[in-house]
Unconditional design. Structure first.
Length: 239
């Protein structure tokens, strides 16, 4: 089975896609055959009246990966309303089962050295009609990287998310990345120290806030100096 990592976040809007795309760009620069996957996405748009739905985050992962995949393989469940994915799936009449997601992953990940799977929202996002998106990485026993958007409230969100991941007992904890989404966040150093204590390890990377945006509208992050993260990625890819 292809090695895989699951990118989750403390909430929605914490920069999972920006981090995932930066990881994929770095892997491509090192010659790692990697794919970026977004199993479920809402808030998607059409390029024209008869055009298919496309999600900007999934498009960014598709563009950043070193292996080119058709869009439908990158993002099999794509919904238009910018609402919780299980509600969008229910409105569209499209059930999402863990079994179907596992079959999709096994099919599209074949041939890659590393599959990077980006979640939606936080760890325990519900599926329709039952279950959670976190059931997918748990079923596949994927390693998990937690993206912590450093803003007020992140300490509680990060600790609770880490507790849930560890309690599941099936996903190896790879580590966490601090993404500085709030340039006005006060006591930055003190909060990073607290996160390190609460999560039990130093961050794999700290992504500084940037106003630079990608073509798809996400922050364009540079993780070239993140030695801990790079080592974790190469290990996961078997390099």
């Amino acid at each position: 089975m292809t090695s895989g990592l699951f990118i989750t976040g403390t909430s929605t809007g914490v920069g999972k896609t920006a981090v995932s795309a930066a990881i994929l760009r770095w892997l491509a620069s090192r010659g790692v055959r990697a794919i970026g996957l977004k199993p479920v996405a809402s808030g998607s748009q059409r390029g024209g009246p008869d055009a298919p739905l496309r999600n900007a985050d999934a498009l960014e992962l598709q563009a950043a990966a070193s292996i080119a995949l058709p869009y439908d393989q990158v993002n099999p469940y794509c919904f238009e309303p910018a609402i919780a994915p299980h509600l969008a799936a229910a409105e569209a009449g499209r059930p999402i089962t863990v079994e179907a997601l596992v079959q999709w992953y096994d099919r599209v990940a074949a041939g890659a050295e590393l599959a990077l799977v980006e979640g939606a929202g936080g760890w325990r996002v519900p599926l329709h009609p039952q279950g959670f998106l976190s059931d997918l990485p748990e079923a596949l026993e994927l390693g998990v990287i937690l993206v912590v958007g450093t803003t007020l409230g992140c300490l509680n969100h990060a600790r609770l998310t880490a507790e849930a991941i560890h309690a599941g007992g099936r996903c190896p904890w790879v580590g966490w990345i601090a993404n500085e989404v709030d340039p006005a966040f006060q006591r930055r150093a003190e909060n990073l120290d607290t996160l390190e204590r609460l999560l039990g390890s130093p961050p794999l990377a700290v992504a500084p806030w940037t106003a630079e945006r990608s073509f798809f509208g996400n922050a364009r992050l540079d993780l070239n100096g993140a030695a801990r993260l790079q080592q974790a990625l190469l290990t996961a890819a078997g390099h």
